[in-house]
Design a protein around this ligand. Structure first.
Ligand code: XMP
Length: 512
């Protein structure tokens, strides 16, 4: 996938993988030689923000088409492709943006699909004449050539965005290109991914030994499970219990994860240390920094203990396993200078002065693939299907000072909310649902015959594809009612439940 600066670049790469074909993103500055070196079975050219005629517009080297590799152009990539192959791209001056009707005229890409179908458009210029040898297979109001294909050369493209859900047949069109025009088999499956990764870890680690920090989250659990399969008990897992976990999470790691994988686990009981360090602190950034710092200290301490025990037997530990995912890799390599909205302490992350070789078995995977691999490895659904949970844990869901008592209150409320959402079958719709304790706010209530003066908790259910943007989930009133009634009845000190109806942006998902 050549990224011309598309808003949807990673999404396209993900959609390709959903069609069971492995994909990687390269920047548009990659040369044709560099692209060829990766031996792609096909190349997808992404959309981009610019007009092909704009000054400094990313260019497409026509030599790409001499490789004989199938190419699929999307939006800007479609226009760049038309331009490079001798078609005409016209500066029409009109913009076609949003949901648009596509009229299918023929061709393999849209065969069997509705003759008129909605697609998502976002372009100014338009292709007005297809390159020689290409069949025009669809048109729209603002795009005389909205799709074209040349099956003999295995080249095709569409003006619209097949990767977004607003183009309901987009995924079928992309699959058609990959499987039928480019002739790529569906081989990117969870079982194949897992086998390949286990083999790679074996090769990398050889006879060596490795350590992995478990956070209780999906990524570190799946990374550890893969490495465990590859090198068995030469892997030691370290779990720092900072006391900011949710109800039942420590047991999930200590019992369910260990039972499913047979991994060797060392738990560090660090709740007291974290709580003393957090005493009297209510500023969110300071809390995050303290939690990050204490985490690294505890993790280092545990690693030193493990190393010490190993050293006594004349052994060394050379590898540190991390659950880095592909979006982090693309983002850190992209260098787009995105603003640091919050300091994200990667709890489970790498202490800076420890010298290890990194093992990152998930660095080419997206989250849904990580989950699929986790299931393949037999990890329990409670771990694999778990909602994202921030490294600093409940520490950033208590607005105000973090104390043991407040943690207990929040843990109970959170546990009720999770239980009811699961019981209502809503987990699939929800990306995550932080429950937030407004610990410094009190309001008056009445319960039984008495007046109460308790805290509010906020429910923050959100739907999202990647946490970069999110919308508040429209939960059924009955579910909200059950959660509210149970929390106010069962959790002492909470006498009010409120619902956060803010999208992201402008609100972030977490409250701190
Ligand atoms: P925000 O609040 O920035 O959250 O909209 C986006 C996603 O990131 C999670 N999050 C974190 N994850 N360490 C993490 O590992 C952190 O410090 C952290 N802060 C937020 C959040 O739960 C959401 O999924």
């Amino acid at each position: 996938m050549v990224d011309f600066g598309a808003q949807y670049a990673q999404l396209i790469a993900r959609r390709v993988r959903e069609a069971k074909v492995y994909s990687e993103v390269v920047p548009h500055t990659a040369t044709v030689a560099e692209i060829a070196e990766r031996k792609p079975r096909a190349v997808v050219l992404s959309g981009g923000p610019s007009s092909v005629y704009a000054e400094g517009a990313p260019s497409l080297d026509p030599a790409l088409f001499d490789l004989g590799v199938p190419v699929f152009g999307i939006c800007y990539g479609f226009q760049a492709m038309a331009d490079a192959l001798g078609g005409t791209v016209t500066h029409t001056g009109t913009r076609e943006y949003g949901r648009t009707d596509l009229r299918v005229e023929g061709g393999l890409l849209h065969e069997g699909l509705p003759r008129t179908q909605p697609v998502w458009m976002s372009h100014g210029d338009a292709v007005t004449a297809a390159p020689e040898g290409f069949e025009v297979t669809a048109t729209s109001e603002g795009a005389p050539v909205a799709a074209f294909e040349n099956r003999a050369r295995r080249l095709a493209g569409v003006q619209y965005h097949p990767e977004v859900l607003h183009s309901p047949h987009g995924q079928q069109v992309l699959s058609r290109f990959l499987h039928e025009i480019a002739g790529i088999p569906s081989e990117w499956t969870a079982a194949n991914i897992a086998d390949g990764l286990i083999e790679q870890v074996r090769e990398q680690v050889g006879d060596g030994k490795a350590i992995c920090g478990l956070s209780g989250g999906v990524d570190s659990a799946v990374a550890a499970a893969l490495v465990q399969r590859a090198i068995g008990d030469r892997l030691t897992c370290v779990f720092v219990d900072h006391g900011l976990m949710r109800e039942g999470e420590r047991a999930q790691v200590e019992q369910d994860f260990v039972a499913a994988t047979g991994a060797a686990l060392v738990t560090v009981d660090a709740a007291d240390t974290f709580l003393s360090a957090l005493a009297g602190v209510s500023d969110p950034e300071t809390k995050r920094k303290i939690i990050g710092r204490e985490f690294i200290r505890s993790f280092e301490g545990a690693v030193t203990d493990v190393l010490g025990a190993r050293a006594a037997h004349g052994e060394t530990v050379d590898f540190l396993v991390q659950g880095t995912l592909y979006p982090d890799v693309v983002e850190s390599g992209g260098g787009t200078g995105t603003a640091n909205i919050k300091s994200h302490h990667n709890v489970g992350g790498l202490p800076e002065d420890l010298q290890f070789t990194l093992v990152e078995p998930l660095r080419l995977l997206f989250k849904d693939e990580v989950r699929a691999v986790g299931r393949e490895l037999g990890l329990p659904e409670e771990i694999v299907g778990r909602q994202p949970f921030p490294g600093p844990g409940l520490g950033i869901r208590i607005i105000g000072e973090v104390t043991r008592e407040r943690l207990n209150i929040l843990r109970q409320a959170d546990s009720i909310a999770r239980e009811e959402l699961t019981a209502a079958g809503l987990d699939g719709q929800i990306w995550q649902c932080p429950v937030v304790l407004l610990a410094d706010v009190r309001s008056v209530g009445v319960q039984g015959d008495g007046r109460t003066y308790g805290h509010p908790v906020v429910l923050r259910p959100v739907s999202s594809e990647d946490a970069m943007t999110a919308d508040w989930t429209r939960l059924p009133y009955e579910t909200l009612e059950r959660i509210s009634t149970r929390i106010t009845n069962e959790v002492p000190d909470v006498n009010r439940v409120v619902l956060d109806v803010t999208s992201k942006p402008p609100g972030t998902i977490e409250w701190e």
